[in-house]
Design a binder for this molecule. Structure first.
Ligand code: IPE
Ligand code: IPE
Ligand code: MG
Length: 236
């Protein structure tokens, strides 16, 4: 049965994977795959706005991505800075509110400053919220939430699921209705663990730099066919 209640997801989360393989296919260094990946993010933001999707969370750098060669890591940091200065005015003009989710410790001052500026510049935009998960891990998120709940003096008997959710890095956002992973791998890779409890998963072989309107529409079509029961039963 088709779930007609919510044909457009309120929140899409994407594991943008396959940049390295995209570059390799073209005999280019991996960095060029990441660079093309930035353009795919901009395309996807526009496509989500056009389709009335109000929130998008993209996985840009995981807690585990520090294991990559130092030059790839520093290339990614530089790319994020360059992408912000190149696209932030355009995002703002589109009405995009930008939020960075992840562990800001251990990152350069320049990056932190650029994020703070982007967040305050776009804080009042309402068209689409773009959460950029950077130095993010699902387990880190659960642990930092637990630490902050303890520090806030929340008593054990008061710690409900919704109270706990207020301490997660994505507080204030609805859980993702749709979770997309490009690049052909079928795993979560420590992305939003708490928040995907009832997300619909779509895995695509498309490499992230190739992602665009057609791939988004295919994922949305798959999503519309899903019968979301949330543990209950649906009347025939
Ligand atoms: C995803 O693409 C981007 C990041 C993790 C930053 P990859 O770099 O993982 O690309 P593949 O998986 O090696 O193709
Ligand atoms: C997940 O991709 C992280 C991001 C897209 C930022 P990875 O390429 O790092 O995941 P694994 O290593 O294949 O699990
Ligand atoms: Mg990968």
């Amino acid at each position: 049965m088709v779930d007609a209640e919510r044909s457009v997801p309120r929140h899409i989360a994407i594991v943008m994977d396959g940049n390295g393989r995209w570059a390799k296919k073209r005999f280019l260094p991996r960095f060029f795959g990441h660079k093309a990946g930035v353009d795919a993010v901009v395309r996807t933001v526009q496509a989500c706005i056009d389709r009335g999707v109000p929130e998008l969370t993209v996985f840009a750098f995981s807690s585990e991505n520090w294991r990559r060669p130092a030059d790839e890591v520093s290339g990614l940091m530089g790319l994020v800075l360059a992408a912000m200065s190149r696209y932030m005015a355009r995002m703002h003009a589109l009405g995009v509110r930008v939020r960075i989710v992840g562990d800001r410790q251990g990152l350069g001052d320049k990056l932190r400053k650029a994020w703070d500026e982007a967040e305050s510049l776009t804080a009042h935009n309402t068209r689409l919220t773009l959460n950029v998960a950077f130095n993010y891990g699902g387990r880190w998120d659960v642990v930092q939430a637990a630490r902050r709940a303890l520090a806030a003096g929340v008593q054990p008997e008061d710690l409900t699921e919704s109270r706990f959710g207020e301490f997660m890095a994505t507080a204030g956002s609805p859980d993702p209705d749709l979770f997309i992973r490009t690049g052909g791998e079928v795993r979560i890779s420590n992305f939003l663990l708490w928040q995907v409890a009832y997300s619909e998963f779509v895995f695509s072989d498309c490499l992230w730099p190739e992602f665009g309107e057609a791939q988004l529409d295919a994922a949305l079509a798959a999503y519309r066919q899903r019968d979301r029961r949330f543990g209950g039963v649906k009347e025939a």
